[in-house]
Ligand binder design. Sequence first.
Ligand code: HEC
Ligand code: HEC
Ligand code: HEC
Ligand code: HEC
Ligand code: HEC
Ligand code: HEC
Ligand code: HEC
Length: 308
Amino acid sequence: MSKKLLMIVAPLLFLALGLPSAALSSETAGCLACHTSMKGRIKTAGGAIIELNVDSDRFQSSVHGGLTCTDCHAGFTDNPHGSPSAAVSEPVASLSRKISSKHTVDPVAAAACIKCHEETYQKVLASAHGKNIIEKHQTDGALCVDCHGSPHYIVKAKDPASKIGRAHQVETCGKCHGDIRIIEKYKLQENVMESFKESFHGRKLHLGHTKVPVCASCHNAHDIMTKTDPNSPVFGKNRLVTCGKCHKGANEKFIPAITHQKPGPIPHYTEKALIVLLLSTFAFIVIHVLLEAFSDIRDAIFRKGREE
Ligand code: HEC
Ligand code: HEC
Ligand code: HEC
Ligand code: HEC
Ligand code: HEC
Ligand code: HEC
Ligand code: HEC
């Protein structure tokens, strides 16, 4: 179907089906007329790969179900798409320019969260993740949708389906923190995911414990800092407070008990030494048995010789 034809037919089809639901504004219904009936991934004129489908029911049951599409897609109108400069406020427009290398589909929509979540957005921009994009001009750091998932289907953190809830948070951070390309590029500790899973906390989490910490319990969610930043909750003595949230009376002896570091040199070398000891004992036994067998054979041959 040609795009022009689709644009005429889709809304008619939609009206014929008796939709849209009464809860939607007419403008949103207009957008969904096309975007719920269209499916599949396409390449836009700008070169980005997009998923055309927006599931109307899932959108309406998300935390943003009461919003109109243009609350975020402020540059769009439903005829079908207005000029991209329509009615975008200056703070959103200027932020959208700063993050446009990361959000190539509609940077205005990705910046628009700041209208309603200003404090959170400022924290993210000042975090190690935001600086990666704004100051270092890279695209690897996390912005809202990297952690919260599709902007159309965000649910409350308590919802079991939430990407940042207890059930999925480790996996969400792990998309990047378990990615060897990112670990090497930013010289991060390669085993944070592994060491978390192996830690007492990680193992309890796996068993379904509901009070053990997940990543953000120690690192915060939005104002995440590098471990060498004196304001980081995992920097030096700040851990007294961080661990102390759950371990009353945590002291300086307690706080190093769980980190991502590999076990120190003493347990490391003790383990190595034990392996060497075990292997040499085994080798000693084998050599001993072989020598014994060899001497038996030699004795037998010599005895045979003497008997002749
Ligand atoms: C008549 C059908 C139709 C209507 C109505 C419509 N769209 Fe689209 N939309 C499309 C098509 C087709 C594409 C793919 C465009 C392309 O190839 O660039 C698209 C793409 C998009 C994209 C991806 C970014 C881009 O630039 O391509 C966004 C975002 C979007 N639409 C939002 C909206 C919003 C918000 C509304 C309502 C204000 C809306 N659409 C109304 C047909 C429609
Ligand atoms: C809470 C803000 C928000 C709302 C509300 C919203 N969107 Fe989006 N939408 C976004 C963001 C952010 C992106 C991704 C932009 C990017 O990566 O450049 C996006 C992307 C899209 C895309 C492209 C899909 C893709 O694969 O990137 C389409 C199509 C779209 N939106 C349509 C809609 C329609 C239709 C509605 C209304 C039913 C809507 N959006 C409501 C924030 C929103
Ligand atoms: C027009 C205002 C508005 C915009 C724009 C907006 N939000 Fe929201 N958002 C809200 C409201 C209102 C709620 C609370 C809904 C509730 O409590 O039921 C919310 C809730 C949320 C929550 C869930 C919080 C929880 O309880 O766990 C997240 C996450 C969120 N928004 C992220 C975003 C992101 C990401 C964007 C941009 C893509 C965005 N929002 C854009 C108004 C907005
Ligand atoms: C590094 C991952 C990450 C990024 C990036 C991120 N969030 Fe969150 N967000 C979380 C986590 C984790 C929680 C849950 C915090 C909790 O349970 O205390 C959360 C909770 C929220 C909440 C509800 C609770 C609250 O603190 O108000 C809102 C609203 C929200 N985020 C909005 C946003 C917006 C808007 C952006 C982009 C500016 C964003 N988030 C970026 C991980 C992230
Ligand atoms: C019990 C608290 C705690 C939890 C839970 C935790 N961390 Fe950490 N994290 C730390 C501490 C403390 C450090 C400081 C460095 C160290 O001691 O290993 C750190 C450091 C880091 C670093 C920096 C490593 C480097 O190379 O510079 C990253 C990245 C990180 N954590 C990610 C995560 C992720 C992802 C999760 C969830 C899978 C997580 N952390 C869970 C306490 C925690
Ligand atoms: C989209 C990818 C991505 C996601 C998702 C992500 N991060 Fe990161 N994170 C990065 C990158 C890239 C850096 C390094 C930034 C830099 O140094 O420029 C980083 C840095 C960090 C650091 C600082 C490391 C140090 O000490 O230098 C911590 C801590 C961290 N992330 C924790 C988390 C947590 C916790 C989550 C989940 C709630 C998370 N990240 C989700 C990509 C991501
Ligand atoms: C969100 C709460 C929370 C945070 C934050 C937290 N822990 Fe825990 N921790 C727990 C829970 C719950 C258990 C499991 C208790 C049980 O089942 O016996 C636990 C168990 C432990 C254990 C093993 C059992 C014990 O009590 O000795 C150690 C060691 C430990 N945590 C160290 C730390 C350190 C170090 C930090 C800070 C870097 C920290 N924890 C941060 C909740 C937390």
